[in-house]
Write a protein that binds this ligand. Structure first.
Ligand SMILES: [Zn+2]
Length: 378
């Protein structure tokens, strides 16, 4: 078995389920076990690293290999995985079958992590034109917290390659996500006399109808050539305390996917206006931004895009410039001035699924691609 697949299997056997929105680290949740595994790998390869706390029991681990005076490079992939409930295979048993590795995180994102680590450790034995940093980051799945921490610490590079499942295609554009929480307010009363209260659920029903129309209208907008059009979905609703009380509060969570060129502040204003124009004045409501992950659009002629494209072409022959629907850490780096692209083994179709797996062939090719990107920086 190749080194990269052995490393990937060790990672799958190391639980690192994201703590999610409010959870704490325990035997399956938290990234610290992965940080130990990665630290041990760098120790064995005599590569320096630092550990950067993100949240309690959740850290980034950042390795660095000094190179010449050429452009500096960041390789980044995340250590957390999504939850394991409803999986149809043993999540932490890295079974190898039919040319695949199975298990939670095998595709998203431990395949990219393992391939980057092997790629960089092989490249480090040659002369690197520029300094290469590899960041294994925490808290990608729910908040992009690790990447944001890295950026906030003042980290800079001349280009970044983010590892996510792209079937080894070069991704230069993706959508961003803007999450909005809308609350409606009323006043409680006994439900036998509903006219004495104000029903927050009825108020929210009006708002939901407006957002349904708004979502339909988005399909009429011009599409981005690589990522398609913007979308909007009301994904969660909660309100009321009991069947016999007129509800005084209701909340919905709206997921608005942004295309390159859109930003969260403008989108929030747009949704606010759509609601304000269409609902009755007496409806009492408010809106807040709960999360913003920005879209990505990178110039295909910029240095890191050209280098990555060349490396991919040398290994797979594929020169496609692709866009994807999902968000990645690349937009956080791009926003801070680091031109960024995304490429990694595995398909997003297998990420987050009940039977997650990755093709071994893709992981081995990814290690070669990352190694070539590291050594062709001049
Ligand atoms: Zn991922």
């Amino acid at each position: 078995m190749s080194q990269v697949i052995e490393l990937l299997r060790a990672m799958v056997a190391t639980p690192s389920v994201s703590c999610g929105l409010c959870g704490e680290a325990d035997a399956t949740h938290g990234e610290s076990r992965m940080v130990e595994l990665i630290a041990d790998f760098w120790d064995r390869h005599h590569i320096d690293y630092e550990i950067q706390p993100v949240q309690p029991d959740r850290e980034n681990i950042i390795a660095r290999v000094e190179g010449g005076s050429g452009p500096s490079l960041l390789l980044e992939a995340h250590t957390d995985t999504v939850a394991i409930e409803n999986m149809e295979i043993a999540p932490f048993d890295p079974v190898v079958k039919d040319g695949r590795v199975y298990g939670r995180g095998s595709c998203d994102d431990k395949a990219s992590l393992a391939a980057m680590m092997i790629g960089l450790s092989n490249a480090a034995e040659k002369d690197l034109a520029g300094t290469v940093t590899m960041a294994a980051t925490a808290d990608e799945e729910y908040g992009f917290g690790g990447a944001r921490k890295l950026v906030a610490s003042g980290f800079m590079a001349d280009g970044a390659v983010v590892g996510e499942p792209t079937c080894l295609q070069l991704v230069i554009a993706h959508k961003g996500a803007c999450r909005l929480k809308v609350s409606s307010y009323g006043s409680a009363a006994h439900s036998s006399q509903p006219h004495k209260g104000e029903n927050a659920i009825y108020a929210m029903a009006e708002i939901v109808r407006v957002l349904h129309d708004y979502a339909d209208a988005l399909y009429e907008r011009p599409e981005h050539p690589l990522v398609g059009g913007p979308t909007c979905c009301v994904g969660m609703i909660c309100g009321g305390q009991a069947p016999n009380i007129v509800p005084d509060r209701c909340e919905i969570f709206v997921d608005r996917r942004m295309i390159p060129g859109e930003d969260a502040a403008t989108v929030k204003e747009e949704v606010t206006n759509a609601i304000a124009v269409a609902v009755a004045d007496e409806v009492n409501w408010c809106i807040e931004l709960s999360l913003a992950g920005y879209p990505l659009e990178t110039d295909p002629e910029c240095r890191i895009a050209l280098r990555a494209r060349e490396a991919i072409a040398a290994v797979t022959g594929d020169t496609t410039l692709a866009g994807v629907q999902y968000g990645t850490d690349a937009s956080a780096f791009s926003l801070s001035g680091i031109p960024s692209v995304v490429v990694g083994p595995g398909s997003i179709e297998q990420a987050h699924t009940a039977v997650e797996y990755v093709d071994i062939d893709q992981v081995e090719k990814a290690a070669l691609i990352y190694e070539k990107i590291c050594t062709s920086l001049a």
